[in-house]
Write a protein that binds this ligand. Structure first.
Ligand code: SF4
Length: 373
């Protein structure tokens, strides 16, 4: 019997574009939210007509900024998912929210409609960093969001923070982490800034205007973060993710464990029955019914994906699980890449699992290159 699916819905509307952002998100298009909701609901129905009423155990509403949607639009999407899929009673249902966008009753509506987990895009507790990033909110608004979430009945609350920001030092990042911990959140995602082409940050970087930390300082921030959160009782379970015991993000963890998922909305991707697809990223292309780009995942491609995703998890990839999924040992699937990275000390086998060492985590991209089919 197949495992339950993950369901992802992309809600690409934002109030303003942040200076570092290259995600598919569309400021200034709030008038399209209703038509977008119609299109997403239509896409959900079409998929379930094609494949039947499949079982799902996680739902993730991501963005963009889902919290700029009207509560009634979110409810329509959740109800349509519930009509078209068998969503388990114990499913994890997450929604991303951004401080400074919450209208009265939004969180209560989410809670009443089964949302069990919130992911709050705080990014920093430092006002100067927030301004530099082009965020529309203050840290005080992030704190207020967490307080309101708790009052609305949410006990599973994650906060996103960013590291390796221009001018950031470990001492500044540490304050953001400590202020976040003081809010009693259950999960933290700490992402290193990546300068993406086409963003205002990229243009400023080319002009030499951004004082980015060097590689050594960035690694120091990364490992200091892991140490501080470990002392605070958080498990470091994925490259950028830390959770109190029992509060890992099941949706993301399932994706990293190569489970199947269906994505709905502009730019959303899916992985199901040996196929991957991605919807058109452009809002208007999606609204006008543009078809997704689809490709068949070859056996070699699937084995690489299994390792690429699974090695993001600190516990790595189960050797037995790999054999069960593909009918071959990792050592037979990619003998050279495995032996070279084991001998370099970038990979290790631990309790029946293949995982990155600490040095391997610093050099993950290099390790994965060796496994490319
Ligand atoms: S809120 Fe998020 S998705 Fe929207 S512009 Fe900022 S970083 Fe991008």
């Amino acid at each position: 019997m197949s495992k339950p699916l993950g369901l992802y819905v992309h809600l690409p509307f934002c109030r303003r574009k942040c200076a570092y952002c290259d995600f598919p998100s569309y400021p200034g298009r709030l008038e399209a939210r209703e038509a977008y909701t119609d299109r997403v609901c239509g896409e959900i129905a079409a998929r379930s007509e094609e494949w039947g009423r499949l079982e799902a155990d996680t739902v993730y509403l991501g963005g963009g900024t889902p919290s700029v949607m009207e509560p009634s639009q979110i409810v329509r999407i959740l109800r349509r998912l519930g009509q078209c899929f068998r969503i388990r009673a114990d499913a994890e249902i997450s929604c991303e929210v951004n401080p400074g966008t919450l209208r009265a009753g939004f969180l209560e509506t989410l809670r009443e409609n089964g949302v069990s987990r919130l992911s709050v895009g705080a990014q920093s507790a430092d006002e100067a960093e927030l301004r530099l990033l082009g965020r529309i909110h203050s840290w005080e608004q992030a704190e207020e969001t967490v307080r309101r979430a708790r009052k609305a009945g949410f006990s599973d609350i994650s906060l996103d923070l960013m590291s390796a920001l221009p001018g950031q030092t470990w001492d500044r990042l540490k304050i953001s982490l400590q202020k976040s911990l003081a809010l009693g959140v259950t999960h933290l995602s700490v992402y290193s800034l990546i300068i993406e082409e086409g963003t205002p940050f990229h243009r400023r970087h080319l002009k030499g205007e951004l004082a980015l930390p060097d590689e050594e300082a960035e690694r120091e921030m990364y490992w200091n973060t892991a140490e501080l959160l470990d002392e605070a009782g958080f498990e470091h379970y994925e490259i950028s993710s830390f959770a109190r015991p029992g509060f890992r993000c099941r949706h993301n963890e399932n994706c990293w464990n190569h489970q199947e998922y269906l994505g709905f909305g502009a730019s959303a991707a899916g992985f199901f029955r040996n196929h991957r697809w991605r919807n058109p990223a452009g809002l208007d292309d999606y609204l006008s019914g543009g078809a997704p780009e689809t490709e068949e995942v070859t056996p070699e491609g699937a084995r690489f994906e299994r390792l690429m995703l699974g090695l993001r998890l600190t516990e790595g990839v189960s050797l037995k699980g790999f054999w069960e999924e593909f009918g071959m040992e990792i050592a037979d699937a990619c003998p050279d890449a495995l032996s070279v990275n084991l001998s370099r000390g970038l990979l290790e086998v631990w309790e029946g699992r293949l995982r990155l060492t600490r040095r391997g985590m610093d050099l993950m991209d290099r390790v994965l290159l060796d496994f490319l089919p």
